[in-house]
Design a binder for this molecule. Structure first.
Ligand SMILES: [Zn+2]
Length: 119
C-alpha cells in the first residue's frame, strides 16, 4: 500500500522563494538537512542554493576536489538556479573563507578557556 502524502501550505519555498504555496518538508540529496519546498521544486529536484554551496565547501574547492557524480548534479542545480560556474566557485570560496574564520575563532576560544585536565 502506498502511503497517502498530504500537502501542506508553506509560507515560503526555501529553494525558489514561492510564497503561500503547497509543498512538503523534504530532505536534501546533498546532506542531512530538510527544508520546506514547493511542489514545483520538489518535482525538479531543486535544492536550496546556499546549501549546495555549503555542502560542496565542506568537501573542498570547486571543481577540482569534487567527484564527477557530484559535479554533474551541481551543474544541474546551477541551471535550475540560473547560476554560472564562476558565480558558484566564488560562493564556495567565500563559504570556505567564512568556515576558516569561524573554525579559527572557535579553536582560539577553546584554548583561551582551557584550564587544564583531560579531554
Ligand atoms: Zn520552490
Amino acid at each position: 500500500m502506498i502511503p497517502k502524502i498530504e500537502l501542506h501550505k508553506i509560507e515560503k519555498c526555501a529553494a525558489c522563494g514561492a510564497l503561500n504555496t503547497e509543498g512538503l518538508v523534504v530532505c536534501s540529496g546533498f546532506g542531512a538537512f530538510s527544508d520546506a519546498l514547493c511542489m514545483h521544486c520538489i518535482s525538479e529536484g531543486r535544492e536550496v542554493y546556499q546549501q549546495v554551496v555549503n555542502y560542496i565547501a565542506d568537501a573542498g574547492r570547486w571543481p577540482d576536489d569534487i567527484n564527477e557524480v557530484y559535479q554533474a548534479e551541481v551543474r544541474r542545480q546551477l541551471r535550475l538556479h540560473n547560476k554560472t560556474e564562476e558565480e558558484f566557485k566564488a560562493d564556495v570560496d567565500a563559504a570556505i573563507a567564512l568556515m576558516d574564520v569561524f573554525i579559527g575563532e572557535n579553536i582560539k576560544c577553546s584554548y583561551e578557556n582551557y584550564t587544564g585536565g583531560d579531554f
